[in-house]
Design a binder for this molecule. Structure first.
Ligand SMILES: [Zn+2]
Length: 252
């Protein structure tokens, strides 16, 4: 739905009476198209943002509760699954993280969020936000892998995650294939190119040396979007903390 249809739309307006009318007509067509495509893309992003904020609100309540760490982890994953369900992504399970230095990681092979229970014993606002942020970031990665599986199934890509995710998840992706490229699936194509396409070699090199190539790591399309979700969550936590602090200040 991107370049081709814009050109077709412009071609329709190519025979007006004067040069001035021609350029005017072209311009207004571009503006109209930009507006309609832009609005849909923007709307799509706004919905994603809102769903991520809803997760952050839930996560904030969970992280500020007195529940034991394991229960908090279970509820965080449940909250993340609510976000994923709104995006059509099958629910993920809760697993244990393999490397105890990690806060968490998305495990696409077992379709679960592997989280670090000891990291839940945090008592600082930044620590609480970090856990919720990690679940959001890694949850976004699992969503990406599901979307790439849908792309592989629909557009018949030779490579992809279909054989590397559980059968039931692959089955759902196959039943909901991505059949055309548009402004919403453009993001999926970017992830796909990075992980399985033209960017795959670069990605492997960068992931093998993240300490020295940190900026490049952050710029990988799938990481850029994972970090964006996480940053939104951390930002929302700060907002909620400020709101919680305000009435107390007034009482003084
Ligand atoms: Zn990541």
């Amino acid at each position: 739905m991107a370049k081709q249809s814009i050109n077709q739309e412009l071609a329709k307006n190519r025979a007006p009476k004067s040069v001035a009318a021609d350029s005017l007509s072209k311009q207004s067509t571009i503006v109209t198209l930009q507006n309609s495509i832009g609005n849909r893309a923007v709307q799509h992003l706004l919905v994603q943002r809102q769903e991520n904020d809803e997760y952050a609100d839930e996560a904030y309540g969970i992280m500020n509760s007195s529940m034991d760490p394991q229960l908090r982890l279970q509820l965080l994953v449940k909250a993340q699954n609510r976000r994923l369900a709104k995006q059509g992504v099958p629910p993920v399970g809760l697993g244990k993280v393999k490397d105890s230095k990690n806060l968490g990681e998305g495990d696409s092979k077992d379709w679960e969020l592997d989280l670090n229970t000891s990291a839940m014993n945090t008592s600082t606002p930044a620590g609480r936000a970090d856990v919720a942020d990690t679940v959001g970031h890694e949850g976004e990665h699992l969503r990406q892998w599901y979307e790439m599986a849908r792309l592989q199934a629909g557009l018949q890509r030779p490579k992809g995650p279909l054989n590397r995710i559980p059968d039931d998840v692959a089955g759902m992706a196959t039943l909901n294939p991505i059949l055309e490229s548009n402004e919403q699936t453009y993001q999926v194509e970017q992830w796909y190119e990075s992980v399985y396409g033209s960017g795959a070699q670069h990605r492997e090199q960068v992931l093998g040396d993240t300490e020295n190539r940190y900026e490049e790591y952050r710029a990988l399309p799938e990481e850029r979007d994972g970090w964006a979700r996480g940053d939104e969550i951390t930002g929302r936590f700060k907002e909620l903390e400020d709101m919680a602090a305000r009435p107390r200040k007034r009482r003084r």
